[in-house]
Write a protein that binds this ligand. Sequence first.
Ligand SMILES: Cc1cc2nc3c(=O)[nH]c(=O)nc-3n(C[C@H](O)[C@H](O)[C@H](O)COP(=O)(O)OP(=O)(O)OC[C@H]3O[C@@H](n4cnc5c(N)ncnc54)[C@H](O)[C@@H]3O)c2cc1C
Ligand code: FES
Length: 267
Amino acid sequence: MGLHQTEDNLQQFTATITNHREVAHNLVWVGLRAPAAALREARAGQFVFVRCGDPASFDPYLRRPFSLAAFDVDGESAALLVRVSGRGSRWLTERVEGEQLDMIGPLGNGYRLDERSRHLLAIVGGERQPHLAPLLPLLKSAAARELSVTLLIEAEREAYLPPASLLPPEVEYQTFFREAGDSAIAHIKPLLGWADQVVAAGPDDFLAALKKVAGAVYPRPDIQASVERPMACAVGVCLGCAVENERVGYLRACREGPVFDLWKMVL
Ligand SMILES: Cc1cc2nc3c(=O)[nH]c(=O)nc-3n(C[C@H](O)[C@H](O)[C@H](O)COP(=O)(O)OP(=O)(O)OC[C@H]3O[C@@H](n4cnc5c(N)ncnc54)[C@H](O)[C@@H]3O)c2cc1C
Ligand code: FES
């Protein structure tokens, strides 16, 4: 398993697929063996930039970003939770145990778990599958620190929902399905008074709806939200991943994000 520092001081490493299973419709867990040195500084919410094609080919040319859905420095292991949405993600989910993946990372700024926090509310949406991956390591460390954790999760339909077995057993898990006319956001108000920390992940329209509902609650809770943007470089150069910020103009999802203060985001 190789690890080397690129000229830009990024870590490039090889990870080996150790297990590989479809956990829901079009949603694949990819377990990896990865060098401890590559994972030492990893934080929940960070991502890796993965080459999603044959090593001898430049197709697709650009790497694809995927959140670290799990990482364990001592066990030299990590995982991705991949939604099949195009040719890169499909290539990734068609790999088998023993195959190697070329990665750069971990990259970006992740979630911060406040030391004083006792009640963590996580809220996750998605186009079909919810964007659960960036939150999984955070839920794991919150449960290990004995916080009360409630997760509201929304999918288009039940077949797209990640199974509860991916979560620590301590997490209270409430599910909502849009095909049944329900939404997680419709259920957050009572929990916003209970939570002393709120974390979210999902597409922009989901985060915009969350911002609107939570903005009507007083006092307004702090909410850290993870965004997704198409990424060409993932190192802050191309500016293709810009996220508008009320105070400072535009920030880069790959450098200043992908986790941002929801209240400062223009959605
Ligand atoms: C920081 C970050 C973390 C991510 N974490 C995960 C993860 O844990 N699991 C996961 O399955 N996916 C994750 N994604 C999304 C993932 O990177 C894209 O789904 C993937 O790059 C699509 O590549 P593709 O070749 O499969 O699809 P393509 O053929 O390139 O695109 C398929 C469709 O998806 C759209 N698309 C491409 N990239 C993105 C993107 N980044 N955001 C939104 N739409 C996009 C395209 O416009 C197109 O409509 C993350 C994205 C970011 C930026
Ligand atoms: S992807 Fe190029 S600046 Fe973020």
